[in-house]
Design a binder for this molecule. Structure first.
Ligand code: UD1
Ligand code: CA
Length: 471
């Protein structure tokens, strides 16, 4: 899709530009972040919109922003600053240089409406080109039009867009609304931008007035009614974010169901839109899957598991665990109650059990770390066995050091491994050892005080105890 040499067939979407409006204040969201960075299914609103434009094949994208967090999130886009937020029309004016120099047509999208999609963008573009329109407004017919700009038609043709605050009673009843997405002929948009005034109920420069100005000049304007009214849904309040999350959740689970992923029910399952799950995998209740997470076929995830940026192979089982920026091989079992912190790589056929924490470490094929163990900054070989309660002592109060445990090693219960140290191939450590020196291949490390039994020492204590309890 990424080509300018006739790519995208006759559509030429790769030759057009897109402006995303993302400088709105979002006061009603009460969020410390900018509104367009509020998340739906763990993905910022702006990320959804950017991906829709990219999936449609658009290469040149400008983002109108006012806050640093949005500028950072719009990595790879051209940023146009809107210092004062004077309305959507003003926001578009801020990207004037982009609009004049990027392609014949310009797509304008709202950064706070995440369900705009590539099909709608493409369908609207076809109509726009087919009818040789100067502007094509993407509209939707909704059950509750409150808060949206209403599409006013005269004899069936688009005549104006009227904002909620400027509506009379009749106009307020119109159920066809402006989704806030438009294709403009770039030159036509530029020609009317200066004519937009702020003499309306909100005192803002409305982009929707550009449409009316074009119509008044006798230019051709049309509406592309989206197949799904969801494309118009925006977010202004926390309640809107919740509603969008509910919709996204259903859509995403349904997509995976169609692909052959199994679910027992939908309770507490939130999957971000870009997760790849192979057919035959099962997602149990209470799972949150986000970032660049991928799950192989026949694996069972959950219940109650959070995976962020984690890749799980085939036939693996992850139960009641938290895994971040890590990988798990094929045929492995992880959990219950395991934490894989960043950069942990767990091999095939491993068994990582309850209350095990692993950080920035590798664990080789077939190794078992089954209970109550901390592995930090270390490399563990194949087919090792760890007893209960092993601690990799990786931090000396100033810096972190790595340790190595080679293939087939047997690490006894309650071993402390003081980094940096190497436990050799097939070596053993006795239970309770504190390993401070390398253990050669095949050796047993034992370093603990010899046990002494004081005969009869407890007898008197026991008599006192029984006497007290029997009072
Ligand atoms: C806008 C449309 C309305 C449409 C609705 C769809 C106008 C005047 N109205 O209304 O017809 O039904 O979207 O969701 O365009 N923004 C800026 N700078 C600003 C103001 C806004 O960048 O000065 C951005 C916001 O971040 C947001 C987008 O533009 O992403 C839309 O702004 P918003 O204030 O939410 O417009 P609505 O009132 O929803
Ligand atoms: Ca809005």
């Amino acid at each position: 899709m990424k080509t300018r040499e006739g790519g995208n067939g006759a559509m030429q979407l790769d030759r057009q530009g897109c402006v995303i409006l993302a400088a709105g204040e979002g006061k009603r969201m009460h969020s410390p972040r900018s509104k367009v960075l509020c998340e739906v299914a763990f993905k910022p609103l702006l990320g959804w919109v950017l991906d829709a434009a990219k999936q449609a094949g658009i290469l040149d994208i400008a983002v109108v922003a006012s806050c640093d967090d949005v500028k950072e999130a719009a990595d790879g886009c051209e940023i146009y600053e809107q210092k004062e937020r004077l309305g959507t029309g003003h926001a578009v004016m801020c990207a004037g240089d982009f609009i004049k120099n990027r392609g014949e047509d310009i797509l304008v999208l709202c950064g706070d409406a995440p369900f705009i999609d590539a099909e709608t963008i493409t369908g609207a573009f076809k109509m726009h080109r087919g009818n040789n329109n100067d502007v094509t407004v993407i509209s939707a017919v909704v059950a509750n039009p409150k808060g949206y700009g209403r599409i006013v038609r005269k004899d069936g043709a688009l005549a104006a867009i009227v904002e909620e605050a400027d509506c009379d009673d009749d106009t307020r009843r119109i159920s066809e609304i402006n989704a806030g997405a438009y294709w403009f002929k770039a030159a036509s948009l530029v020609s009317v931008l200066d004519g937009i005034k702020n003499d309306n109920a909100q005192g803002e420069y409305y982009l929707t007035d550009a449409v009316e100005l074009l119509i008044k000049q006798g230019k051709s304007a049309g509406c592309y009614i989206a197949d799904s009214a969801d494309v118009a849904l925006g977010a202004n309040t926390p309640a809107d974010i919740l509603a969008l999350n509910d919709i996204a959740r259903e859509k995403i689970i349904n997509k995976h169901l169609e692909n052959g992923v199994l679910f027992l029910n939908r309770d507490g399952i939130i999957i971000s839109p870009d997760i790849e799950i192979e057919p035959g995998a099962t997602i149990m209740p209470g799972c949150m899957l986000s970032g660049a997470t991928r799950i192989g076929g026949s694996s069972v995830i959950g219940p109650n598991t959070t995976l962020r940026d984690t890749v799980v192979g085939k036939d693996s089982r992850i139960l009641s665990s938290l895994c971040v920026e890590s990988t798990v091989g094929d045929g492995a079992t992880v959990g219950p109650y395991t934490q894989l912190r960043s950069n942990s790589h767990i091999g095939d056929k491993t068994k990582i059990g309850d209350f095990v924490e692993i950080k920035n470490s590798t664990v080789g094929e077939g190794t078992a770390v089954a209970h109550l163990t901390y592995v930090g900054d270390s490399d563990i070989g194949r087919y090792c066995n760890f007893g209960c309660g092993v601690v990799f002592v990786n931090y000396d109060g100033e810096g972190k050091s790595r340790s190595t445990v080679k293939d087939f090693a047997f690490v006894g219960c309650n071993t402390n491994i003081i980094a940096p140290v190497t436990i050799g191939e097939g070596a053993y450590t006795a239970a309770g050892v504190t390993v401070t020196e390398d253990v050669p291949d095949g050796a047993l490390a034992i370093g603990r005080a010899r046990q002494e039994n004081k005969t009869g020492w407890a007898k008197e204590k026991l008599e006192h105890y029984i006497e007290r309890k029997s009072k």
